[in-house]
Design a protein around this ligand. Structure first.
Ligand code: HEC
Length: 307
């Protein structure tokens, strides 16, 4: 191949790459500003009432991804790998940060959304994005993110095909450690840790994450159609309800199962909304039970002609 052509090719590639990277950086900052201005996420929180948001029947799966800059001695992880949500539906997600060092440290979170074209539709209602966050030595906090994906996603021709969105957070060490809101403020909010305790007290007599007790296994319940764990003897009322378990439907279910599904066998109700939110947060990060059917099917599949 012609040497000169190659040189042009690589030089052009490098220039294009730099432009793309530059564009991404400025774009995500703008995007961030936009989210946080629109949603008030950066500081004062403006809540959007989920009952007034238009919830549609189109689902997207949101994946969560976290990174920590090498000079920040924190552990930072999402408590759920992904959630399946309906467009317009307000949904919580949780992240856990732990300061592994002996000193208080201020971290600064940045995020980006892929595919980029879906970025504008990813609305945060409550988050710790881009703000300086202080974490005391050897402490661990669970941080909530409230978000919804705007129904515009399915209306716009350019984004109609998007059914998966990835939200990536990166924590950097803040240059000036004097500032920073204390992450301890998240101590009082409904988190999976609080939910685990409430689950143990209110639900564990009848439910486990990976096997049926009196009630069905609840691992992976978010995003699952109601009454569909194989082998569990559901009431006809629940199996025929047509419900899909999301944060919103679970909230109504836990508030009063018999009001949501007339004739269900589940007797338990949780009156306190904060307690329900914490329990749902806990359920959300339970891993789905391993799918034995998939393995069975693979093993049992004879293949054409006894192969
Ligand atoms: C006394 C036993 C009992 C308690 C306590 C109980 N449940 Fe249930 N739960 C059931 C039964 C039984 C069903 C199946 C209902 C049916 O088939 O109508 C069920 C169903 C469910 C379902 C639907 C699952 C599916 O696969 O569709 C969810 C979600 C659930 N329970 C959550 C909870 C949570 C969270 C708590 C604690 C706040 C709780 N339950 C407490 C007995 C219980």
């Amino acid at each position: 191949m012609n040497q000169g052509w190659r040189r042009y090719f690589w030089a052009g590639g490098a220039v294009a790459m730099i432009c793309v990277m530059f564009g991404l950086v400025s774009y995500s900052v703008t995007l961030y500003r936009l989210f946080c201005e629109v949603t008030g996420a950066g500081g004062a929180t403006q809540r959007v009432d989920s009952d007034t948001a238009q919830v549609t029947d189109t689902y997207v799966t949101v994946f969560f991804n976290t990174n920590v800059a090498p000079n920040l001695p924190w552990k930072f992880r999402p408590l759920q790998r992904s959630v399946r949500v309906r467009l317009g539906e307000e949904t919580p997600a949780f992240f856990e940060a732990e300061n592994l060092s002996d000193e208080p440290i201020v971290g600064r979170a940045t995020f980006n959304v892929t595919p980029e074209k879906a970025g504008l539709d990813f609305k945060k209602i409550e988050c710790f994005c881009f703000t300086e966050e202080r974490l005391a030595p050897h402490t661990k906090v669970q941080m909530p993110l409230q978000f919804y994906v705007d129904p515009d996603l399915a209306k716009r021709a350019s984004t109609r095909d998007v059914d998966q969105i990835t939200l990536s957070y990166t924590f950097f060490r803040a240059a000036d450690p004097g500032e920073g809101a204390d992450l301890g403020r998240f101590a009082g909010v409904p988190t999976p840790a609080a939910g685990e305790q409430l689950f143990a007290e209110n639900c564990a007599a009848c439910h486990a994450s990976d096997h049926a007790k009196i009630g069905p296994a609840l691992g992976g319940v978010l995003g699952r159609p109601a009454g569909t764990v194989p082998g569990y003897p559901y009431t006809r009322a629940l199996a025929g309800s047509g419900l899909v378990w999301t944060a919103a439907t679970l909230d109504r279910w836990l508030a009063d199962p018999r009001k949501l599904v007339d004739g269900t066998a589940m007797p338990m109700a949780i009156a306190d909304a904060g307690a329900r939110a914490a329990i749902i947060a806990y359920l959300e990060q339970l891993p789905p039970p391993p799918a034995p059917q998939a393995a069975d099917q693979a093993a049992a599949k004879p293949g054409p002609g006894g192969m």
